[in-house]
Design a binder for this molecule. Structure first.
Ligand SMILES: Cc1cc2nc3c(=O)[nH]c(=O)nc-3n(C[C@H](O)[C@H](O)[C@H](O)COP(=O)(O)OP(=O)(O)OC[C@H]3O[C@@H](n4cnc5c(N)ncnc54)[C@H](O)[C@@H]3O)c2cc1C
Length: 119
């Protein structure tokens, strides 16, 4: 990376980095975002908001818990849901969200630069 190619280099592609980068790109600045490929989207996408809420929602759906608590007639206990069922839903949503953020950054002509560990 040649730093002089950019007006702004944002470290971290979490919600804060994304908003800052997009605001600068819309102001016609040349912008790059640096992060580890497996962390595009930040904590929110990979270990925080999205996985935790997806996991909760998957458990509600797979067990029928939401229907039961609302007193719905259609409730059937789905019995044995596995950790694999839940984690498969979580990884599908996390992958989709990551792609969405990548698309949004590249659509705004923001370069995504791969971080490297120096220690
Ligand atoms: C379990 C959990 C549940 C949550 N639920 C919610 C919720 O429901 N609602 C809500 O509003 N918030 C929630 N949060 C909080 C939310 O995830 C954070 O507020 C948000 O992610 C902060 O965004 P950020 O951009 O400041 O930082 P982060 O999302 O932490 O992003 C920082 C990024 O910087 C990168 N980075 C760090 N150092 C370097 C470096 N040296 N070089 C390159 N890249 C680097 C990291 O890889 C990371 O991608 C939750 C958090 C957790 C942990």
């Amino acid at each position: 990376m040649n730093a002089s190619e950019y007006d702004l280099v944002v470290v971290g592609s979490g919600p804060a980095g994304q908003k800052g980068a997009i605001a600068a790109a819309k102001a016609r600045k040349r912008v790059a975002v640096i992060d580890w490929p497996a962390m595009i989207g930040g904590v929110s996408v990979h270990t925080g908001t999205i996985p935790s809420k997806t996991m909760r929602e998957a458990i509600f759906q797979l067990t029928g818990f939401a229907v039961k608590t609302l007193g719905g007639n259609g409730f059937r206990n789905h019995g044995d849901i596995s950790v694999r069922d839940v984690s498969s839903r979580v990884s599908t949503i996390v992958a989709r969200e990551t792609e969405l953020i990548r698309d949004q950054l590249t659509r705004n002509t923001i370069a995504i630069i791969k971080a490297v560990r120096c220690f």
